[in-house]
Design a protein around this ligand. Structure first.
Ligand code: FAD
Length: 119
């Protein structure tokens, strides 16, 4: 995967859908690279889990929300102060925000991710 500079096996429905497009394009003689950010989702009872990006190599975690009290929170993963991935639990807005920030490599401050600060 060009974004990560290595081969990656991603077992998820969004990844399967992306690879289907690549396979179809290749069969039609128009090879293309996967540029979409890896993302994952799962519904587990009343929890909606959404993951944007891959957190491999993170050096800092910023937590937004209180997992011991609430059923909605987000773990942001940063590497050298850049957001590289986010685990969002019942937080679809955080997920959409993270996808955009990671895809566009936008600068983001820790305070914007969580007023409570890094953990
Ligand atoms: C228990 C479980 C939970 C999962 N939960 C999630 C989740 O929450 N979120 C998520 O994103 N991903 C999840 N996944 C992963 C996701 O289901 C797979 O990554 C995805 O379905 C792969 O899609 P695919 O089209 O490559 O293969 P498949 O979905 O496996 O489709 C392959 C199809 O080809 C058919 N087939 C196989 N051999 C032949 C043949 N010889 N001739 C004709 N047909 C054939 C099969 O019957 C099947 O219908 C889960 C997987 C498992 C096993």
């Amino acid at each position: 995967m060009a974004r990560y500079g290595r081969r990656i096996r991603l077992e998820s429905v969004p990844s399967a859908a992306e690879w289907a497009k690549v396979a179809a394009a290749t069969i039609c003689g128009k090879p293309k690279e996967i540029k979409a950010l890896p993302w994952f989702w799962s519904d587990q009872y009343d929890l909606k889990l959404q993951i944007a990006g891959l957190n491999t190599g993170y050096d800092e975690v910023v937590l937004s929300g209180n997992p011991t009290r609430d059923c909605d929170f987000t773990c942001y993963y940063l590497r050298s102060a850049e957001l590289i991935a986010a685990d969002c639990i019942n937080r679809p807005r955080d997920f959409m925000f993270s996808k955009r920030v990671i895809t566009q490599q936008l600068p983001i401050g820790r305070a914007e991710l969580s007023p409570a600060g890094a953990v």
